[in-house]
Design a protein around this ligand. Sequence first.
Ligand SMILES: [Zn+2]
Ligand SMILES: [Zn+2]
Length: 335
Amino acid sequence: MYAPGDVRVEDRTDPQIREATDAIIRLSATCVCGSDLWPYRGADPIDRPSPMGHEYAGIVEEVGSEVRNVRPGQFVVGSFFASDNTCDICRAGYQSSCIHRVGIGGEGAQAERMRVPLADGTLVATPEVPHADLVPSFLAASDVLGTGWFGAVAAEAGPGKIVAVVGDGAVGLLAVLAAQQLGAERIIAMSRHQDRQKLAMDYGATDIVTERGDEGVARVKDLTNGLGAHSVIEAVGTQESMMQAIRATRPGGHVGYVGVAHDVALPGEELFFSHVHLHGGPAPVRRFLPDLMDRIWNGRIDPGKVFDLELPLDQAAEGYRAMDSRQAIKVLLRP
Ligand SMILES: [Zn+2]
Ligand SMILES: [Zn+2]
């Protein structure tokens, strides 16, 4: 990305093993993330032409001399933060705050090949190379599924709970899927777009709320005897969406916030009296990857349905345009 709205596909030097703990993978598929739209729309600064992309699934080509857990030929998935998976923070399940974490964005996953640091801690392999039909779902596990899942876990979605989801992008839709898999009793999806409402219903939503902001909150309260939901997942990252999530949660309930916060300021006094739990942040996708990949491998979930447009990698700029204009929910790029 050269500047807001300016994405170009260019030849870069091939990635090399730099540390003994690195792996080089050949991407089977990659994609554009909702969070890539922040710089694309000028909301995040771009100082210099930057490689893009942090979601990846592919075949290991080469490993450094200290890598033990993955080997060339395996199909692997990793998260947008590389992590050692051994430090105290990782072992507590917060690999995206690993004391040795490395952001994948700097490597640029929207590419044919990429370097993955801390390969042993970061990459999870499938039992065998999966059929091509499963690749989109594994790619979804790299970020949007893992992020939606963390949102649902942070919001304590589960049996007996009424869950509401703010945001109908890929993360919000997969948070619906996560809530369903975690056994939620009722799932309210907040969406104004018919195609997204349909996918939300496919993934287990029981109610659709089209209103947003305070009207959206009022509709959630109407649906919950005036109390609000037990669990609300926030998957946008704006002031409006965050307040919508907090206000739609009943006292004692939980908000799981996974939309990357942009200029969000929380009112202390309202929070104080809300009795709402808040937990979120960059999802520790690595915590959930083995379980999620097992569910995909066994055909129990189909998160790849969020990819409603597939383009060759050299048309990445078109992919950004389609997501920016909301013509596509999520764009898969084939190297
Ligand atoms: Zn992402
Ligand atoms: Zn760690």
